[in-house]
Design a protein around this ligand. Structure first.
Ligand code: A3P
Length: 335
């Protein structure tokens, strides 16, 4: 199987046009598993990718052309992606829009900062991205090693958000349960979800490899990769927004700081504000498949896991963190 996979990937890399047949052959050769609620996932380049997204990931890897000014927001699902999109969009575009006319009032953050693998490469393998306003803002759930080489090589910046795995697990379970309900699918138990999560088989996992990949790069190349933690954003949003603004080369001026611009952005992007906006209360956002916009806004707390996990579940997740992450310096606040 490994040999077959290798040959198919070479065929794709070597062909000039988007080669649907070679991609189908590759996908057929990959290990697969039935996903939670949604169809199948396959193990592509050592991460579990929804099957429908694989051709888009390949198109992105093959055809994306980076600009130095690009900013890529990277994350695992349920680690605060929506929040990060709102925050970085606001920081980067603060000279174009103020809070009274920010597009966040009329668009969901996922519409303003599209995912490469769901939206930008959703309908065409060669979308025209050259004319987008700079700096261009994109998002991805793809692990660092699978990003296109041009993103790794050039000076464009990556901002990664991570969250303590206990809360992320609970958040993703709620998300899947809601999705199952809205599609009249059978309930999905917390125990089942926990097992799949620990095995690293939820979309874009294993979660530990995903986080470690970006974490290590943020240490090696701090000007290239900024790693944020959900818990730090909750604790000190102003301090974290300053880090973001400096990282993208647009530090807040003294006048902005004194004028309360940072606090305004924080308030605009808070869970309460975004959740209460009409645009986020109903309707769906198309991330290849459609998701209820409101499903991206739930409780937004640090430590919600205490309401769901048994002591043995906590022990098991903590031992994964302690064995696979803590030795490399990646630690989390969990309450
Ligand atoms: P909970 O399920 O714990 O409430 P993602 O955006 O990666 O899908 O992550 C969703 C999680 O982030 C959910 O966590 C959601 O409530 C939380 N979230 C969404 N918007 C947020 C915001 N503006 N501030 C804080 N948390 C937010």
């Amino acid at each position: 199987m490994a040999h077959h996979q290798h040959c198919s990937e070479s065929a794709i890399a070597g062909s000039k046009e988007h080669d649907r047949e070679a991609i189908d052959e590759l996908i057929a050769s990959l290990p697969r598993r039935k996903g939670a609620v949604r169809p199948f996932q396959c193990l592509y380049q050592n991460f579990w990718c929804p099957i429908f997204a694989v051709p888009k990931v390949i198109a992105f890897q093959r055809h994306f052309e980076t600009k130095h000014s690009d900013i890529v927001l990277a994350s695992l699902p349920k680690s605060g992606t929506t929040w990060l999109k709102a925050l970085v969009f606001s920081v980067v575009n603060r000279s174009r829009f103020d809070i009274s006319n920010t597009p966040l009032l009329t668009s969901n953050p996922h519409e303003l900062v599209p995912f490469f693998e769901f939206q930008q490469y959703g309908s065409s393998p060669r979308p025209n991205l050259g004319g987008l306003v700079e700096p261009r803002l994109f998002a991805t759930h793809i692990p660092y090693p699978s990003l296109p080489e041009c993103i790794k090589r050039l000076d464009c910046r990556i901002i990664y958000i991570c969250r303590n795995p206990l809360d992320m697990m609970v958040s993703s379970w709620h998300f899947y349960v809601q999705m199952a309900r809205s599609e009249n699918q059978p309930e999905w138990s917390l125990e089942e979800h926990f097992e799949i999560y620990c095995q690293g088989k939820l979309s874009f996992g294993p979660f530990r490899d995903h986080m470690m990949g970006y974490w290590k790069k943020s240490l090696e190349r701090p000007h290239k990769v900024l790693l944020l933690r959900y818990e730090d954003l909750k604790e000190d949003i102003v301090g974290q927004l300053k880090r973001v603004a400096e990282f993208v080369g647009l530090p807040f001026t003294k006048e902005e700081e004194e004028g309360g611009v940072i606090e305004e952005i924080a308030k605009m992007c808070s869970l309460k504000t975004l959740k209460d906006l009409e645009v986020n209360k109903s309707g769906k956002v198309a991330l290849t498949i459609e998701f209820e916009k409101r499903s991206f806004f739930r409780k937004g707390e640090v430590g919600d896991w205490v309401n769901h996990l048994t002591p043995s579940m906590v022990d098991r997740l903590n031992s994964i963190i302690q064995e696979k992450m803590s030795p490399f310096g990646l630690e989390f606040k969990t309450c």
